[in-house]
Design a protein around this ligand. Sequence first.
Ligand code: IPM
Ligand code: MG
Length: 362
Amino acid sequence: MPNKYHIVLLPGDGIGPEVVTETRKTLEALTSLFDLTFDFSEYLVGGIAIDETGSPLPDDTLAACEQADAVLFGAVGGPKWADPTKSVQPEQGLLKLRKALGLYANLRPVKIFPQLIAASSLRPDVLAGVDVLVVRELTGGIYFGPRQEGSEEAYDTLFYTRPEIERVVRVAALAARGRRGKLTSVDKANVLASSRLWRQTVVRLMTDEFPDVALEHVLVDAMTMHLIRRPADFDVIVSGNLFGDIITDEAAMLAGSMGMLPSASLGDGARGLYEPIHGSAPDIAGQGVANPLATILSAAMMLRHSLDEEDAARAIENAVERALDAGYRTPDLANTALPDQTIEVVGTRAMGEIVRSHLAQV
Ligand code: IPM
Ligand code: MG
């Protein structure tokens, strides 16, 4: 009997449905190559969920995610719901989901595809050898601390506990051990009390449990410089929620397009949430031009981290490489032709089909 996995699909808003559709078809195509099958069910999240139910994370969506082996998420938000005076926002659906599923570790790998080196605004010599994994704390910090919102004053609170710091740093350190053995912890310990606790906790944990992993501390403001000046020096970077949000957008620009970068959000069990790091791109939604590769690569992370199907994960990643090698690009990557190379610009569905045509047993 093949392994059967129950996957909840949350397409959401904007280009979410288009990229999730191509990813589901890609997962389905794996069933004829590997000994596995999928049982997909689709639920509402984000703006579309607000429109249909009043809530960005309806109860039945959360219940289904709690039962699933993994969740594949598209994107949420758009101008229709972007009124800051409204207390219900599409993004709350994603934040509540991360919190409710206990997904405290957000893995955002940034790898430069050599085929796309021209997509970045940085020089190729700066990008050579870049292979970074950012591990962002996802269910604590200023995103979830006490807050109050008034018309004259408002505050948010950056609050961390030692166990919250320890568990995410452990994920990052384990990842570093399996890679190049280097961990960079990012904080603002020269100003913030919560960052001083962060740093002390990191030092103690790494000394006790990971003496074999090289550790450095970098202040977040300096990190934003180093990341574009000497990105190849970093292996695994770990940080709190807000700093991680900011540096992962910056890190994404090393790769040139948000359209290529996947992510995984993990907790203590195998279940995870997988999503492209790009947003809902309302300006191009419904036009069939969105790049589905970040979501397709997120499905590869899902196969690896939640389903323990490493070969199938590799098959997807290799197929994406081959599609790029063959010169196919979605419009966001239209300017990436290397000298003496011709590229062909294709839409969302065609890119999905090209990837599927390159799937093969590893
Ligand atoms: C991200 C996004 C989210 C975040 C938003 C949509 C709430 O920016 O996943 O990085 O801030 O975490
Ligand atoms: Mg962000």
